[in-house]
Design a protein around this ligand. Structure first.
Ligand code: CUA
Length: 326
């Protein structure tokens, strides 16, 4: 089963092209500026090289002759030392100004705080203002001129160094064990944005995907209200629920409203509201969920969820139960 890449028709592939926040826009302008400078240098050097190759090529009668040899030229040496220094200095100044303006602006009032905890190999998103956790898919309200909205991420790690990168929204920021990093952005365009852990963190690194769903304020509030609810227990799924507790699933996972309160793996209270399983390893379909419960390693090699060696009947019961977690 390959990595599941496109979440929805309107999803933007991870790319620095097409910024959807002022922060990403500033990075995009920086990129264009550096590209213009280095492009001009490339054209100049390439042009001179091609000119010299043609202009001073070997002609009949040149055999045995040596071109005039020039030893030392203070003017030339000064030029090729000072000019690059100046160019690097200008780039340094512009980059510093952009980074400082990105980092130093205090979060405006009404900023949405999301605590992001990186795990091998999934993302724990906690909404302190709303008192619920979710995983791998972050919902944020769009910023509009009538209702400006900033998002502040508080980045932490449960194990090793990870890096949070959603190219259309902001630059990369590392999640470092024992440290709290922050990053902020203003989501300016409704859409589904893909991101990826961008610091090698072990076997499951390539399957540590992020979805950021930027949606209208009302949709976000509705989503929050749904997520904050405890799971509804369907008596018809008692067999699957029993398996969840007897097969030790509850040691690692939380289902709010039940005794399952583990925080080693993702919160499953509203599992079915998510588009993917295994942090983007597969689309959240009944078939994939069945494959995942049967043998997680086959879907996401190296993942920390063990193969519980369940028989097909138990897998069916468990999946039916999980499917009620809407
Ligand atoms: Cu987490 Cu790479």
């Amino acid at each position: 089963m390959g990595i599941w890449l496109v979440a929805a028709a309107e999803a933007y592939p991870p790319s620095v092209f097409g910024p959807a926040s002022p922060t990403a826009g500033a990075l995009w302008s920086l990129f264009l500026m550096v590209l213009a400078i280095t492009g001009a240098i490339f054209a100049l050097v390439g042009g001179f090289t091609v000119y010299s190759v043609i202009r001073f090529r070997s002609r009949p009668g040149d055999e045995g002759q040596e071109a005039p040899q020039v030893y030392g030229s203070n003017r030339l040496e000064l030029a090729w030392t000072v000019l690059p220094l100046l160019i690097v200095f200008v780039i340094f100044l512009v980059v510093t100004r952009t980074v400082v303006s990105m980092r130093s602006a205090p979060p405006p009032s009404g900023t949405l705080l999301v605590r992001v905890i990186g795990h091998q190999w999934w993302w724990d998103f906690e909404y302190p203002g709303y008192h619920f956790p979710t995983a791998n898919e972050m919902h944020v309200p769009v910023s509009t001129p009538q209702r400006p909205q900033a998002v502040l991420l508080q980045l932490e790690s449960a194990d090793v160094v990870h890096s949070f990168w959603v190219a259309q929204l902001a630059g990369k920021t590392d999640l470092i064990p024992g440290r709290v990093n922050t990053m902020s952005f203003v989501p300016a365009k409704v859409g589904v944005y893909h991101g990826q852990c961008s610091e090698y963190c072990g076997m499951g690194h390539s399957m540590m995907l992020i979805l950021v769903i930027v949606e209208p304020q009302e949709d976000f509030q509705r989503w929050c209200a749904e997520q904050a609810k405890p799971a509804v227990q369907d008596p018809a799924q008692a067999q699957g629920a029993h398996l969840f507790f007897s097969k030790t699933c509850f040691n690692c996972h939380q289902i709010r409203g039940t005794l399952a309160a583990g925080n080693v793996g993702p919160d499953l209270t509203h599992l079915m509201s998510r588009q993917t399983i295994g942090a983007g390893a597969a689309a959240n379909t009944p078939q994939n969920l069945t494959a995942w419960v049967s043998n997680p390693q086959a879907v996401k090699p190296g993942c920390h969820m063990p193969d519980l060696k369940l028989g097909p009947r138990d897998v069916r019961s468990l999946v039916s139960y999980l499917e009620t977690l809407r």
